[in-house]
Design a protein around this ligand. Structure first.
Ligand SMILES: NC(=O)C1=CN([C@@H]2O[C@H](COP(=O)(O)OP(=O)(O)OC[C@H]3O[C@@H](n4cnc5c(N)ncnc54)[C@H](O)[C@@H]3O)[C@@H](O)[C@H]2O)[C@@H](O)CC1
Ligand SMILES: [K+]
Length: 501
């Protein structure tokens, strides 16, 4: 099962892996043509009713495969008297308004190839021709809201027609995630399909329909789902910046750079305000690294359980996303404090570095993203991974560990493995230069900035990819000598830039 949003991500990942959408469209159209062949014999009359998006584009391709008068070489070879169908294509709207290049190219191919293809300017002029099969390609997963005109009227004509209705991807006007007709009213219009050819994977909403559903393999590589790619960034790229997103790094003491890097990465990733809570003696130093941060100090030179109630109260009252761990050190009192923090905190947090080993030891209501390296993963009770290259070979064990832990695990190495115990993805983004200190801190801060407005698993996937991608964007200049602080500059481009699409 795959949701419409995830399908769009996978599709963008496939393009990044070298299988562009136009190629997928060719496979989709071919699959639609196969379905028509399954419901009607050659020579039957097929009316293709297409919208101006890629759903229509799929059907333009199908028309090329279906149309014919029996003279196609394959039909002759097979000894069929007539391998083709009497096919007409009806585009709802003018060709200039076709929304995507690939759909327009397939429309142009129909016109140049002298297929029977017309533009329908006004639905009042449109008489669905007498036909045996209607291919419904008005709208697919790109539909928003109730069917507008002319689609609504045409949907009624399709439903009234005495023909087998084959819908492309999803019946037009139906929400693929829920199976409901889109729109406010209970009697919202949608096409009633006899058959649906959907692509790549089943859609949750199609089960409840009174239609026979075929799932067609359109050649999307498995890696487009398994590997985190630019498609996984669609939630940030298509979303708006969260209002008042705030992050709160509880870190510093023996070290000062780590909390500063994490807090700055959070700002680069969409947080509006980034706070650091740090011990008195090091607070000015952390502030000195960056005027963009708001540093709040507490008594003592390292975190102790005494400070925890105040920190929890501050974080919870402002609904801050916490980063717990960077630069805290591992004094016994500090680990005790980390444990107490997690026991009392019920918000969202990224847990990194020295705070990680306490996670399995504590009951918490908090929503956590844990970001261990290989050594920390083992210390937490996760799998022992023999080398930095081998992490992804242990993906199944990491999934089992995340399931047992009850939190998202982002295990970082050459390739990162991200799991919530059910879903597991691998990020191969990154460069050899990233073994330098501090890149884990920018990763934790990035995850926190994203966690302010996105779900934990998605945030962890996006953070792993964006942090690695930031290094790739810089790598041509800094193959040796990359600094974690360099990544800060590149993070916004990695997240929102167009350069890897
Ligand atoms: N995403 C994928 O992975 C793939 C998608 N493919 C096809 O692409 C389709 C999605 O294409 P698009 O995203 O271009 O979207 P659609 O073709 O579903 O529809 C988009 C168009 O419909 C219009 N529209 C939206 N809501 C409307 C409403 N309520 N009434 C009237 N018009 C409305 C929009 O203005 C836009 O022009 C899929 O359903 C599938 O058929 C396939 O080609 C292969 C792979
Ligand atoms: K459709």
């Amino acid at each position: 099962m795959i949701s419409a949003d995830r399908m769009a991500q996978v599709d963008a990942n496939a393009a990044a892996l070298g299988v562009p959408r136009k190629q997928l469209m060719e496979s989709s159209g071919n699959a639609v043509a196969r379905e028509v062949r399954a419901v009607a014999d050659p020579g039957a009359r097929v009316a293709v009713v297409a919208g101006r998006g890629n759903n229509g584009g799929d059907a333009f391709v199908a028309a090329r495969f279906l149309d014919g008068d029996g003279s196609h070489p394959s039909a002759r070879r097979n000894g069929d008297s007539d391998g083709g169908y009497d096919t007409s294509v009806h585009l709802l709207g003018r060709a200039e308004t076709i929304a995507t290049d690939i759909a327009r190219e397939n429309w142009d191919a129909l016109r140049r190839g002298e297929y029977d293809a017309e533009e329908v300017g006004d639905s009042r002029d449109f008489d669905l021709p007498d036909c045996d099969v209607v291919v419904d390609a008005m709208l697919g997963t790109g539909v928003t809201g109730a069917l507008r005109e002319p689609e609504a009227t045409v949907a009624e004509r399709i439903n009234d027609a005495d023909a087998t209705v084959v819908s492309v991807d999803v019946p037009s006007g139906v929400n693929a995630d829920t199976g409901e007709a889109l729109g406010a009213s209970a009697d919202a219009t949608a096409v009633e399909a006899d058959r649906v050819v959907t692509f790549h994977d089943a859609k949750p909403g199609l089960d409840s329909l009174d239609a026979e559903v075929t799932v067609a393999d359109i050649g999307i590589p498995a890696a487009a789902e398994r590997l985190v790619g630019p498609g996984d960034l669609l939630p940030v790229r298509s979303g708006t910046k969260g209002d008042d997103a705030r992050t709160y790094v509880v870190g510093g003491g023996p070290y000062t750079g780590a909390p500063a890097l994490a807090a700055q990465a959070a700002l680069r990733t969409g947080a509006d305000l980034s706070f650091v809570a740090a011990p008195d003696p090091v607070a000015p130093q952390i502030q000195g690294y960056a005027e963009d941060l708001i540093v709040q100090s507490y008594d003592g030179d390292h975190l102790t359980p005494e400070q925890v109630p105040d920190l929890v109260e501050t974080a919870e009252s402002y609904d801050d996303v916490v980063v717990l761990g960077p630069g805290l050190g591992n004094a016994d009192e500090t680990l005790e404090a980390a444990k107490r923090f997690l026991a009392e905190f019920s918000g969202r947090a990224v847990v990194d570095a020295d705070a990680l080993p306490v996670v399995p030891e504590v009951e918490t209501d908090a929503t956590l993203v844990c970001t261990p390296n290989r050594k920390e993963l083992a210390e937490m009770g996760g799998p022992e991974v023999e080398s930095a290259d081998a992490l992804r070979d242990h993906a199944d064990e990491i999934e089992a560990f995340a399931d047992e832990l009850g939190h998202v695990v982002l295990a970082k190495a050459k390739d990162d493995v991200i799991s919530d115990g059910e879903r597991t993805r691998v990020s191969t983004a990154g460069t050899p230069g990233m073994t330098v200190g501090g890149t884990g801190d920018t990763l934790a801060g990035t995850a926190a900035g994203l966690l302010a407005t996105h779900d934990p698993f998605q945030s962890a996937c996006m953070a792993a990819y964006a942090n690695g991608r930031a290094a790739e964007l810089l790598d041509h200049r800094r193959h040796d000598g990359l600094l974690a602080s360099d990544l800060l500059d590149a993070l916004p481009r990695a997240l929102w830039g167009e350069d890897d699409e």
